[in-house]
Design a binder for this molecule. Structure first.
Ligand SMILES: CC(C)(COP(=O)(O)OP(=O)(O)OC[C@H]1O[C@@H](n2cnc3c(N)ncnc32)[C@H](O)[C@@H]1OP(=O)(O)O)[C@@H](O)C(=O)NCCC(=O)NCCS
Length: 176
């Protein structure tokens, strides 16, 4: 038997309905027209995952520049239930990690997960994500309504320069 072909492809106006259908099946919350309009302009930050040419997963991210940092926010990353534990989620996270590495200017990657979504929490921990915060009543229409914020630090926050212009010694990362 030949091995299954797992690959990522672009989101285009021709397949955006497949992305909508997939997100409706995989996630308990729904996403509005603005979400899909932005996704169409997201380039490498939005991808469909194919298993032998069938759409079975998708990842959608955006860049967040609030709180004085530049972070990649994973809005959705999911795979149809029968196709889980086959490495499709891993392929999508690795795509995101590669994007962030090539960009070279992100402080962190983060996302929200429902507090009872232990599978997703275990999955993200494998890639170095940690729970950094729990937000009560984050979701409006689903139970449990609380969400963990999972975050992977890419670059430690820089300390502000000292008044005489020198950078505190202990916080440098070993590079010139
Ligand atoms: C989380 C999710 C994306 C993982 O996708 P996947 O294709 O099954 O992941 P992979 O096959 O690449 O799993 C890689 C590893 O992560 C861990 N993992 C994945 N799912 C897990 C689960 N349900 N329980 C425990 N560990 C899990 C395992 O270590 C796994 O390796 P293994 O299969 O060799 O044991 C998928 O379960 C999903 O779509 N969930 C619904 C959507 C969602 O909750 N997304 C997260 C919020 S954006």
């Amino acid at each position: 038997m030949t091995r299954a072909k797992i690959e990522l492809g672009d989101v285009t106006p021709h397949n955006i309905k497949q992305l909508k259908k997939l997100n409706t099946v995989v996630f308990p919350v729904s996403y509005n027209d603005k979400f899909y309009k932005d996704v169409l302009e997201a380039g490498e930050l939005a991808k469909l995952a194919y298993y032998n040419d069938i759409v079975v997963g998708a990842v959608c991210c955006r860049i967040d520049t609030s709180d004085n940092s530049r972070r990649l926010y994973i809005m959705t990353l999911g795979c149809l239930y029968p196709y889980r534990r086959l490495g499709i989620g891993t392929l999508m996270v690795e795509h995101v990690l590669k994007y962030v590495e090539q960009d070279g200017n992100f402080d962190s990657i983060f996302l929200h997960v429902q507090v009872n979504n232990e599978g997703a929490i275990d999955f993200y921990k494998k890639f170095g994500f940690e729970i950094v915060e729990t937000k009560e009543h984050y979701y409006k229409r689903i139970e449990p309504a609380d969400a963990h914020v999972l975050q992977k630090t890419i670059r430690q926050p820089q300390s502000p320069p000292m008044l005489n212009g020198t950078v505190p010694h202990a916080k440098t990362n070993g590079h010139d």
